[in-house]
Design a protein around this ligand. Structure first.
Ligand code: G3P
Ligand code: CA
Length: 259
């Protein structure tokens, strides 16, 4: 049964996070998916980053290339020169065969020219055992600082250690705590969020009970639920009080919530 939506000012404010860009209709984590998310008036684009062999920050979700390109193997074994020319669109539809794996710096250039902000999710598998000069945390922050985009970026990760390292490097940048099996539950995330002065807590749909969303709000964090694609589900989680949703269909969510 669909839960009743609370008709209040709150429903107008939740943030539309375009999950991997407008990935319901375009190949995920590609420039076309990001440009279309901007056209759909998403508040933020969400994307995933990892490192290539030569330690460029690459935009791709999986650790392996197999699902979204025509190469097989781990991303981290390939140089960025090879990765950036791979066809990252054909797997979705032949008409997107010209789409490539973006470098984070290219997406930041796009964000600079738009009104849509960016949520960079750092994949846990891209982390070094300790923080090196060329660790992904330092590389991502350097790129953000070079583009002077600090105020428009939210960094998230399932690795809370990564978030802690980021906070030690930058006392101001917005942090989002992802809640997943590998980390801890919502209450743990709230406690951790307080130690790093996080901006948001990101529970999965399963963890996004009304009670948990309320706990997050009571501690003054923004709750952002992943990943919500059906309109009835969008209404359900917004009705429970979510302050943002990750969705592959930002245009549909934008029809529900005013900017
Ligand atoms: O950041 C929210 C969501 O993207 C986390 O899951 O697997 O889609 O990266 P995943
Ligand atoms: Ca993600």
């Amino acid at each position: 049964m669909i839960e009743k939506i609370k008709v209040s000012e709150d429903i107008r404010r939740p943030l539309v996070f375009a999950h991997r860009g407008l990935s319901g209709i375009f190949p995920e984590n590609t420039m076309i998916a990001f440009k279309k998310a901007i056209s759909a008036k998403a508040d933020l684009i969400e994307l995933d980053v990892t490192l290539s062999k030569d330690r460029e920050v690459i935009v791709i979700h999986d650790d392996d290339l197999d699902r979204t390109t025509k190469l097989v193997g781990s991303v981290r074994f390939f140089e960025s020169e090879i990765l950036k020319d791979l066809d990252a669109g054909s797997w979705f539809s032949k008409k997107f065969k010209k789409e490539k794996i973006p470098l984070l710096t290219d997406v930041l250039g796009l964000i600079q020219k738009s009104k849509t902000d960016l949520n960079i999710e750092i994949k846990s598998t891209s982390l070094d055992d300790s923080l090196q000069v060329d660790s992904i945390e330092n590389l991502v922050l350097d790129l953000i600082h070079q583009r002077k985009l600090k105020d428009r970026i939210l960094i998230s990760s399932f690795s809370w250690e990564c978030l802690e390292r980021i906070r030690n490097l930058d006392s101001k940048i917005k942090l989002g705590v992802l809640v997943g099996e590998e980390s801890g539950n919502v209450q743990d995330a709230i406690a951790f969020g307080e130690t790093v002065n996080a901006w948001s807590i990101h529970p999965s749909r399963e963890d996004a009970s009304e009670e948990n969303l309320k706990l997050i709000e009571e501690k003054n964090f923004i709750s952002v639920v992943y990943t919500v694609n059906e309109i009835d589900d969008m209404k359900k989680f917004l009705g429970r009080g979510a302050k943002g949703l990750f969705t592959n269909f930002p245009k549909e969510m934008r029809k529900l919530v005013k900017r």
